[in-house]
Design a binder for this molecule. Structure first.
Ligand code: FAD
Length: 345
């Protein structure tokens, strides 16, 4: 048995000071990742600092039409917020398609940004894993890697980033606000998630004791016409094999603005900038969408078991773009009204 001390922080500064002072300590929010990994001997903290009393659960409108979401707002609260459903439907959809209702009531937005990968070798303390034990190797490279990443991979790690909501947040250029031992910082979301490279154990640029306090989502009119499409082995309670968050503005059949990000196929929430470059200013249509999807997946590095993801990701991109622009002939999943848009054209 490993003894673990537990304390509840009453103020942000106290939480930061408590964790920063002890390299063997972790923050505890909803516990839906942390407690699982403790039980599996993957995380071995000697001290847990519970942050649930901190005043970080707000969901606030910003003057630019954006939002500020406190790190302790629960996934279910954010998914239900009228401002999120109305102005950022892909964020609400991504949240509602994640985990289960019970988990979404417990899980916090800050914890979601900090959740750990679902790679079976990372979660098996007996397997080599460069992320858990730097330098030990990566059992996934030649192991069971059907769910693993094809974009942003390295020879040291191919674990897929698991978060759904981080995908639309990536498409929206969200910013992550933190409070740490050296004060307040704001990270562009693309900088907040690190590629594995040769240091897969470093997933974020945060220092020990740096607390995520909130997520800022800039106002973006394009986000009103947005969707999140998640493809997985079963319809609920499952992580994505491929997912796409997409937002578009159409003017006379031309894509005036487009934002696109991928989940389930990359080592971090993946902004599909190559595809966006093909799409912006182009006429909406299946052939354009296919070309954009091919451009994004050209960099895919596959293994025999996960090679199908290259095609799956492309098809998912094409389908969501067809749905959003009303150009597809396919009326399969993803064509139901987005949250907050029921009954609208
Ligand atoms: C069975 C199951 C299915 C799931 N399915 C999905 C899914 O389909 N899609 C999806 O996106 N997610 C899914 N999840 C993951 C779930 O969303 C995360 O576990 C959850 O969001 C983590 O939030 P939490 O508040 O419980 O964090 P915790 O478990 O409390 O913390 C997670 C990690 O983040 C750190 N941390 C927590 N808060 C902060 C903070 N504010 N600042 C700095 N560090 C912090 C903790 O120290 C810990 O290391 C699933 C989880 C489970 C168990």
């Amino acid at each position: 048995m490993r003894p673990i001390s537990y304390s509840r922080a009453g103020a942000v500064a106290d939480a930061v000071a408590a964790v920063a002072a002890d390299p063997t300590s972790d923050f505890l929010a909803g516990g839906t990742t942390e407690v699982d990994l403790l039980r599996q001997n993957v995380l071995l903290p000697r001290r847990l600092v519970d942050i649930n009393d901190l005043p970080l659960a707000q969901i606030e409108d910003r003057p630019d039409g954006g939002l500020y979401i406190g790190a302790l707002a629960r996934m279910s609260e954010v998914a239900q917020a009228p401002s999120v459903r109305e102005r950022f439907p892909m964020v609400a959809e991504a949240l509602e398609l994640g985990a289960s209702a019970q988990l979404r009531h417990m899980a916090s937005m800050g914890g979601n940004m900090m959740q750990r990968v679902r790679c079976g070798y990372f979660r098996d303390a007996a397997s080599p894993c460069n992320k858990r034990d730097p330098g030990s190797g990566c059992a996934a490279l030649d192991g069971f890697n059907r769910g693993h990443a094809v974009l942003g991979v390295s020879e040291h790690c191919i674990a897929t980033h698991p978060s759904d909501v981080a995908v639309p947040l990536m498409a929206l250029d969200a910013r992550i606000h933190t409070e740490g031992p050296h004060g307040r910082r704001v990270y562009a979301i693309d900088d907040f998630f690190l590629l594995p490279g040769a240091t897969p154990h470093l997933e974020h640029p945060l220092e020990h004791g740096e607390l995520v306090v909130g997520i800022e989502v800039p106002g973006t009119p394009t986000a009103r016409t947005s969707r999140y499409l998640k493809v997985r082995d079963r319809e609920s309670y499952e992580f994505a094999l491929a997912s796409v968050a997409a937002a578009v503005t159409l003017h006379n059949g031309v894509l005036a603005d487009v934002r696109l990000a991928l989940g389930g196929v990359a080592t971090k929430p993946w902004r599909a900038r190559h595809a966006e470059d093909v799409l912006r200013g182009a006429p909406a249509g299946t052939e354009t969408f296919r070309q954009a999807a091919r451009a994004e997946l050209a960099a895919a590095r596959t293994r025999p078991l996960n090679a199908f993801k290259t095609e799956l990701a492309q098809r998912t991109m094409v389908r969501i773009l067809e749905t959003l622009t009303g150009t597809g002939t396919d009326a399969a999943p993803g064509t139901d009204p987005a949250p907050g848009r029921e009954g609208r054209p």
